[in-house]
Design a protein around this ligand. Sequence first.
Ligand code: 9WN
Length: 450
Amino acid sequence: TARAARRELPSHLLAARAAYVLRGNDTGTLVTAAPRLYPHMWSWDAAFISIGLAHLDVGRAVAELDTLLAAQWSGGMLPHIVFTEGGADEYFPGPDRWGTHELSRQAPRGPLTSGICQPPAHAIAVGRLLEIARRGGPVDRATAEDFVRRSWPKLYAWHRWLAEHRDPGGDGLLAVVHGWESGMDNSPRWDSAYAGVRPGADLPPYVRRDLRLVADAGMRPSDAEYDRYLWLVEEMRRVGYDPDRVVATSSFLVGDVFLTAVFALACDVLADLGEEFGEPATQVTALRDWARRGRTAVAATVDPATGLARDRDFRAGAWIGTRTIAGFAPLLCGGLDRAAERTLLSTLDGPDWCGHPGLLTSLVPSTSPADDAFRPRQYWRGPQWPVTGWLFGWAFARRGWAERAERHRAQGLLLCSDGAFAEYYHPLTGEPLGSLDQSWTAAVVLDWLC
Ligand code: 9WN
C-alpha cells in the first residue's frame, strides 16, 4: 500500500527536522516561505511560521510578525509579499514588476512589497503565540504580552482595511482582486472568473522562474494562467494600487468565502485579545460586528442543492459552485443552523471528501477526489496542504469539537511523517509535491507535535 512504501519518522526526529527547516530558512529578520521557490516573506505564511517559531523561541516568533507589520501599507493593508533584500531576482514577479514603491503613496519605500493581500490569519497566529508563550517562563510571557499590546492597533487597522475596502456587496462577503490573494492561486474556484480576464496585447513580457524549481512543471499553474495573473497586476499598476480603484477596475473580483471565514474567526480572536488587554471598546465592538457579518455572509453562500459554501463572482454576477476545500468554510467560522452544519459535516466525512476510499490520510483535499477537476499532483487542484489541515484542526478545537480536532492532528502528522515538509502532498499516495522544506509545513508540524 501507499503507506507501507513511505518512511515514517518518529516524533522526536520529525520535531528536530521541523526546527532545522525553520532555522535553515531564517534570514535573521524573516523566515522565507521556502528555500528556493519562495525566497521572500509571504503574509499568511508568516502567520503560521510564527506559530512554529513560538515553540522554539518566542522572541524570534514575535520578530517574524514585527517584520511583516513593518511592511504594512499606510492604509492598513498587509502586503502578500515582503521582499528580502538581495533576493529580488530569484522570484517572479519581483519588486520591479510590482513597482508599488513608485506607483502608490500608501506602499512602504522599504522594505519593498507586492501590491495585494492574503487571508488574514495573523490574529489567529498572535492568539496561538500568546497561548504557547504562557506555557513558558515569565520572560516568554512578557515578550508575548508586550507584543500583543504593540501589534493590536496594527492588526485592527488591517481588519478595518478589509472591512472598508473589500466588501463590494456590502453584506460582509470579502472580495479578492487576484487569485493570489486567496492563497489558493489556481484552485478550480477561480477558473470561470479567470476566463473573463483577457490579457491585453500590451502585457509586458516576462520569464517565469518557478518552473525550474519544482520536479515537474505539471505541479504548478499553466502559462495561460500566469498570463492572467500578470495581467491583473498590470491593471492594478495602472490605477496606482489605489484600493477602491482596484476594486472598481479589476477584471477579477470575487467574493472569497474561505478568506471571509478566516476573517470572521480572526476578528473574534482579535476582539478577545482586545477585551483582555483593555483596547478601545468601540474597536472591539467593530471587530465583533465584522465577525458576525462575516459568519452570516459565509452561511448565506451555501448552495441548497449541495450544502457547500460558494464563492461569488461579482463581475459575472454568479455563484461559483466548484467542489473545493472552500465549500467547508462555514465549519471554520460557524454561522449555519444545526441541520445545515450536520449535513456539511457528513459531506466532509463522506466518500467524495475525507472518507474517499483512495486517500492515504483524511485531511481535506484542496479539490474533491470525486470531481472531474481533481488533479492529485497539481497545486490547489487536488493535493492536500498541511497548512489548511492545521487551520481546520485549530478551528475544530475552537468550536469545541475536540475529537475531530485530534483526529485531524493525527492525520496531519501521518501525512507529514516522511519529514519532507512538502508544500503539498499527493492525497492518494502521500508523495511530497511542490517545494520541499516549506516553512509553514514545518511550522504546523511543530505545533501539532508540541
Ligand atoms: C503566489 C508562499 C505562497 C503561499 C500561497 C501559495 C503560493 C505564490 C506562488 O505560495 O503562492 O503568492 O508563487 O505560487 O499558493 O498560498 O502563500 O508559500
